[in-house]
Design a protein around this ligand. Structure first.
Ligand code: SF4
Length: 398
């Protein structure tokens, strides 16, 4: 039996891939623990230059504390030499996400003593329903490292949700690289139907979507979300830019008007987004448009990504906006986001919500607004909003 650790960098899909690796190694009888281990897996990210640097750093660190290190995930699938020159005990696994756990387990060597399910420490389970992307956004390396879009059968997804609920998870987040592309062709089921079916899982308290492209924000999807009581009124809809010329240069397949029209369908939902700042075509006027659209769409939390060119993309060779300008625009956008969050939080003052406590002293309300509240981790507790702080709504048990 070997001891192992699994770490991940990047998004929720990377987290679900890491979980699949943990479960596969545990099923073979290996033991997960912290500190020095026989095996370490680092599931990497390559969304920015910085993400690759951190992934490489994590692999190098792991090589000091483990007998053998497997580097998996998006970063490992980049062509080029991102992980060259690492210590000899590092194995870079260039494979799609689905076969990777079996490949790693096979390489480690099965021991045969089957162990019970590994449980995530978190109260929230991310369940991958779709992987890959068949779009071609100019800046994005994901289609190259994860391949074309494909979906898990609905039966497998619903089975995993039931298993997560039985393990004690209160909230499930349906996760994918391009979730709106979800299709189970055999079962003739797309995302709205999956949401309805998943939301009815007995014992499930809360269901969310990780992220949805605005072109997939259909009437059917919004109706499924509104009509399924367990579904949270929260949507993460990447904007990337609020300027039509920049969106066209990014090859994002929608205009600002389309984004605003479709986002309006989710009236009352907490709308959050991703924005890339300092894309090659972005001048000051274009950035001002982004600030305006964030405001007009009623977006609260903006995840700001200063642009960095990725290899194998259309814009790999272009990065004309100076780093200082990106930094300054990023700070302005984060400030606008903080202000928008605060406004939404203040609207809740005096009102009640139900918070899922996911860390000591913290949790999220129904619409994924952050709350500061004292209650045991894993509890869903009714709270009343007393005041608003820098990091969320301060609540007391109602
Ligand atoms: S939709 Fe665009 S940004 Fe998102 S994964 Fe696909 S190519 Fe990348």
């Amino acid at each position: 039996m070997a001891s192992f650790s699994v770490a991940f960098l990047g998004c929720k899909v990377s987290q679900t891939d890491a979980q699949a690796l943990r479960e596969r190694l545990a099923a073979d009888g290996h033991t997960e623990r912290g500190g020095e281990t026989d095996i370490a897996v680092v599931n990497t990210c390559c969304v920015t230059h910085e993400a690759v640097r951190k992934s490489r750093q994590a692999a190098r660190r792991a090589a000091r504390h483990a007998g053998r290190v497997y580097v998996t995930g998006c970063g490992a699938n980049l062509t080029g030499d991102a992980f060259a020159g690492l210590p000899a005990n590092v194995v870079v696994v260039r494979r799609p996400s689905e076969p990777t756990p079996d490949w790693v387990a096979g390489d480690v060597g099965a021991i045969g003593c089957v162990q019970a399910d590994v449980r995530l420490e978190r109260v929230r389970a991310f369940v991958k329903v779709q992987d890959g992307c068949s779009f071609g956004c100019a800046f994005c390396v994901i289609p190259q490292v994860r391949g074309a879009s494909r979906s898990r059968p609905a039966g497998a997804v619903l089975g995993e949700i039931r298993r997560r609920v039985a393990q004690g998870h209160r909230e499930v987040v349906l996760t994918g690289i391009n979730l709106g592309c979800y299709r189970d062709r055999e079962a003739r089921l797309s995302l709205p139907a999956l949401v309805r079916a998943a939301g009815e899982t007995p014992g499930l308290a809360r269901l969310r979507l990780s992220s949805i492209e605005v072109n997939h924000l259909s009437d059917e999807l919004v109706a499924a979300m509104r009509e399924t009581p367990t579904v949270s009124p929260h949507l993460h809809v990447p904007l990337q830019s609020g300027d039509d010329a920049v969106l066209a240069a990014m090859r994002r397949r929608y205009s600002v008007a389309t984004y605003l029209r479709r986002a309006a369908k989710a009236e009352g939902f907490n709308l959050t987004t991703d924005v890339i700042v300092g894309f090659p075509e972005e001048d000051e006027a274009a950035f001002a448009n982004t600030l305006r659209v964030v405001e007009d769409a009623g977006i609260t939390k903006v995840h700001v990504f200063p642009y960095s060119p990725r290899p194998e993309t259309r814009t790999a060779g272009a990065d004309p906006v100076p780093a200082a300008v990106k930094k300054e625009r990023s700070a302005r956008l984060r400030a606008a986001s903080a202000e928008a969050c605060r406004r939404r939080w203040e609207e809740k003052l005096g009102g009640e919500d139900v918070v899922l406590v996911d860390r000591p002293g913290r949790g999220y309300g129904d619409d994924y607004s952050p709350w500061l509240v004292e209650a045991p981790v894993g509890e869903l507790i009714p709270v009343r909003a007393r005041t608003v702080g820098e990091e969320g709504i301060v609540g007391v048990a109602a």
